[in-house]
Every structure is written in structure tokens, then in C-alpha cells.
Design a protein around this ligand. Structure first.
Ligand SMILES: [Ca+2]
Ligand SMILES: [Ca+2]
Ligand SMILES: [Ca+2]
Ligand SMILES: [Ca+2]
Length: 452
């Protein structure tokens, strides 16, 4: 029961000052227990200082001078974590709410997220996992920020002898519509293992930041059987890392065109329908590893077209197991790789065409197990290898099975440690020795063996 102010002291004082008489006392017109001087609507018994603000009725129900969604009472945060059992209460009677903790919706029977229409921000992680009936993210239209990681499906992996990963996706989810107002994700943004997901028209028009100010985390789009195109991220210019793995229907990376730099690693792995890397056209720098990894057979990627703006890779350039890759075209602007160039087991690759701008490799330049490679033509500009030059086998008994011509490396001024040219069955030892003689400085040992 509310406390009722029948005759407040202030009113008595005013009455005394006004010299009023006993027949003019405080009135309570609507009988709600609050006199007219305190009751902001003395004609409505449901409106008084101890009422509860109700959204959407146009009334200042609790007489605090704030009406409906302007009243802070209706935007009070939810303190702590939020789970499925809390959903019925979360928005009931509220306009907009943050959650100070995390939200975990794992293995629920939810079909949509309409219970979260008032959700504006999440202080911790937001995980939407293994909800077998969830078809839509509608209900998240007010969500602007997730301070931790945001997972719409994810993989959870354990390492014993090998990595074993289990998918925690939402198998019926067809669309990401509903997230149009998302602006920032402080941790990683995982979109993973949602096998029915297609993205027709989805655009994260307000998303300006993934990975926080430090860019310590990034964006993953992994394991979607039906996904043919990526959603668009037009405002996203930089992420900590980018991972696009195991989307067998994905044909391009269009949608990532806003990206100009990736602070650490880019990993494009096992997307067997991917025809090019278009979508990364504006990326100029990759701070860590740039890895383009195929599936060893059945791949569609024939070149690296789409990387045309890339000038520097901070750590590794790895092009590995891409069975359809016939050239490195697309890397023409690349001038420097900070640590390793690993060109390994790309059996359709016939030359190194596309690497014509590369002048320096910080550590090792490795050409291994590329069984269709006949010539190194393409790397004529390479002058300095910070550690080792290795033209040899890595995982296979023979190295580069068709390689006959290494003259493209005659412009090398320095290999600061070792030169190893071994196990290339079509390359004569004389041709290998000819290259060694052309290199102006070799800091370590030379090993030439097992060639023709
Ligand atoms: Ca009243
Ligand atoms: Ca009233
Ligand atoms: Ca109010
Ligand atoms: Ca109201």
C-alpha cells in the first residue's frame, strides 16, 4: 500500500499564511489518497506519485514530470546476466534496457527474439547458440552495442591430438535481419554454423567497430552451408582479424569492401565455391598473417584477384592447398612481407606471376610441393630475403614436381642465411647452382640435392 499524504505540513503552512478558514482544506478530487497539490492529475486515481510509469499511454503516471519512454524508470538497466527464463519480464513495462552482464540463449525453444525489443546494449558477451527453432533475429532492432563478444552460433574446439570442433549454430536461422542498428561489438563477432543462413540484402549499415578500440578481436563468418554472399559491412574499415572458413556455397567476399586494414590475421579457408577474393579490394595492409587456404581438391579459386590494393603483410603470406589456383595475380601491389612467404601445395599454379612487386621478405621465402609449377617467373623484383630461401618439399616426397626454371630469382642481392634447393625432380642441380651463383650475398649454407 502506498503511503498517503492526507494533510502535508507544507499545505497547512500555506493555508495559514493565506489565512484560509476551516471550510477550505486540502482536496483529493479523485480519492487516490493524494491531495491536489501533490497529485499531478487529481482527476485520475491511477495517476499519483506512487503509481508506476506505464509506457505508451501519454501520461506521466508517477508525477515525476517525465512521460512514457522519457521517464528514466522505463530505461532502468537489467543488472547482471540475462537468460531464457528472464525474457518474459525483461521488456515488460520497459522502453529501453541495457543488460550489465552477459546474455546466453543456448538450446532454447525460441523462434524469434521479440522478447528483446527493448534491448539496447549488452555489457558482457551475447551468445545465441543451438536454438533449433530460431528462424529470425527480429526483436534485436534496438540493439546498438555488445561490449563483449557477440556469437550468433559458434564453434567450440578442443585440442587433444588434433583439433576437434563442435558446431553450436542455429540450424533454422535464415536471416540476420533485425541487427540493422548494431553499431559496435567490443569483442569478437562470430557468425558460425548456421546452416540455413542466407543473407539476401542484409547490410550492417551502422556497424562501425568490431574488436574494440584496440582491435584485439575480429569478425568470423564460418561454417554456413547455404551462404552464397556475405552480409554487407559498409562502415567497417578495420578489424582485429578476419576469418572466413568453411562456407561451401560462398562465391565472393563482396560485402567487406569497406575494409582498408586488418590489424592482425586474415584467414580465408576452405570455401570451395569461392571464385575470387573480390570484396577485399580496398585492403592495403594486413598486420599479421594473410592466409588463403584451399581444400586440396574441388576448389574454385583460380587467382587472388581482389587483393589488388594490398601493399604490405606484416607476418606471413601463406597460399596453401589451393587446388584450382593457376596464378597469384591479384598480389601485384604487394611490396613487402614481414616474415614468411609460404607458397605450398598449390598444384595448379604454373608460375609466380602476380608477385611482381615483391622486393623484400623478412624471414623465409618458401616454395614447396607445388606440383604444376614450371617456373618462378613473376618474382623478378625480389632482392632481399631476411633468412632462408627454400625451394624444396614440405609434406611430399618430391618437391615442386614440374619446376625447371628458377632464373626469376637472379635479381636477389641477399639471402641472409641458407639457400636450400632440394627434391625438385625436373630441376637440374646445374640450374639450381646457376641461381646460387647469381645471388650476390648468401649469409649461411647452400644445399642443393635431389633435383634431377
Ligand atoms: Ca488525488
Ligand atoms: Ca490522481
Ligand atoms: Ca513519469
Ligand atoms: Ca505513461
Amino acid at each position: 500500500m502506498p503511503i498517503r499524504f492526507h494533510i502535508p505540513a507544507l499545505t497547512l503552512a500555506l493555508c495559514t499564511l493565506a489565512g484560509c478558514h476551516g471550510d477550505v482544506g486540502p482536496t483529493d478530487g479523485d480519492g487516490d489518497g493524494f491531495i491536489s497539490q501533490i497529485d499531478c492529475d487529481d482527476t485520475d486515481a491511477n495517476v499519483h506519485p506512487f503509481a508506476t510509469e506505464v509506457p505508451g499511454d501519454g501520461l506521466d503516471n508517477d508525477c515525476d514530470l517525465a512521460t512514457d519512454c522519457d521517464d528514466p524508470d522505463l530505461t532502468a538497466p537489467w543488472t547482471g546476466d540475462l537468460g531464457e527464463a528472464d525474457l518474459p519480464d525483461f521488456c515488460s513495462g520497459y522502453c529501453a534496457r541495457s543488460v550489465t552482464g552477459s546474455i546466453l540463449l543456448d538450446d532454447t525453444s525460441l523462434t524469434d527474439l521479440d522478447a528483446l525489443t527493448c534491448l539496447t546494449s549488452v555489457g558482457g558477451d551475447f551468445q545465441i547458440l543451438r536454438n533449433s527453432a530460431l528462424t529470425s533475429l527480429s526483436g534485436l532492432g534496438s540493439l546498438e552495442s555488445v561490449d563483449g563478444s557477440f556469437s550468433i552460433g559458434e564453434y567450440q574446439c578442443d585440442y587433444t591430438d588434433v583439433w576437434v570442433c563442435e558446431g553450436f549454430g542455429n540450424p533454422a536461422l535464415t536471416s540476420l535481419a533485425g541487427l540493422e542498428n548494431l553499431a559496435t561489438v567490443g569483442g569478437a563477432f562470430w557468425l558460425a554454423d548456421n546452416d540455413a543462413l542466407t543473407t539476401a540484402g542484409m547490410s550492417f549499415d551502422h556497424l562501425v567497430s568490431v574488436g574494440g578500440a584496440e582491435l584485439s578481436e575480429g569478425l568470423a563468418i564460418d561454417g554456413h552451408a547455404a551462404l552464397t554472399t556475405l552480409p554487407a559491412f559498409p562502415q567497417l574499415t578495420s578489424v582485429g582479424w578476419l576469418e572466413v572458413w568453411g562456407n561451401p556455397s560462398l562465391t565472393s567476399l563482396d560485402g567487406l569492401d569497406g575494409l582498408t586494414s586488418i590489424a592482425d590475421t586474415v584467414s580465408i579457408y576452405d570455401n570451395t565455391s569461392l571464385a575470387s577474393l573480390h570484396g577485399l579490394d580496398n585492403v592495403t595492409t594486413v598486420g599479421g598473417v594473410l592466409g588463403v587456404y584451399g581444400d586440396k581438391s574441388g576448389d574454385s579459386l583460380t587467382s587472388l584477384a581482389g587483393l589488388d590494393s594490398l601493399t604490405t603483410v606484416g607476418a606471413y603470406l601463406e597460399v596453401w592447398d589451393n587446388s584450382a589456383l593457376t596464378s597469384l595475380d591479384g598480389l601485384d601491389a604487394l611490396t613487402a612481407v614481414g616474415q614468411y612467404v609460404n607458397l605450398i601445395n598449390n598444384d595448379a599454379l604454373t608460375s609466380l606471376s602476380g608477385l611482381g612487386g615483391l622486393t623484400t621478405v623478412g624471414l623465409d621465402f618458401n616454395v614447396m610441393d607445388n606440383d604444376g609449377l614450371t617456373t618462378l617467373d613473376g618474382v623478378e623484383a625480389l632482392t632481399d630475403i631476411g633468412r632462408n630461401l627454400q625451394i624444396m618439399g614440405y609434406q611430399e616426397a618430391t618437391a615442386n614436381d614440374q619446376l625447371t626454371d628458377v632464373t626469376a630469382l637472379y635479381g636477389l642481392l641477399a639471402v641472409h642465411q641458407d639457400v636450400t634447393i632440394t627434391g625438385n625432380p625436373m630441376l637440374t642441380n646445374a640450374a639450381a647452382q646457376g641461381l646460387v651463383e647469381e645471388i650476390e650475398f648468401i649469409g649461411g649454407t647452400v644445399t642443393i640435392s635431389g633435383n634431377e
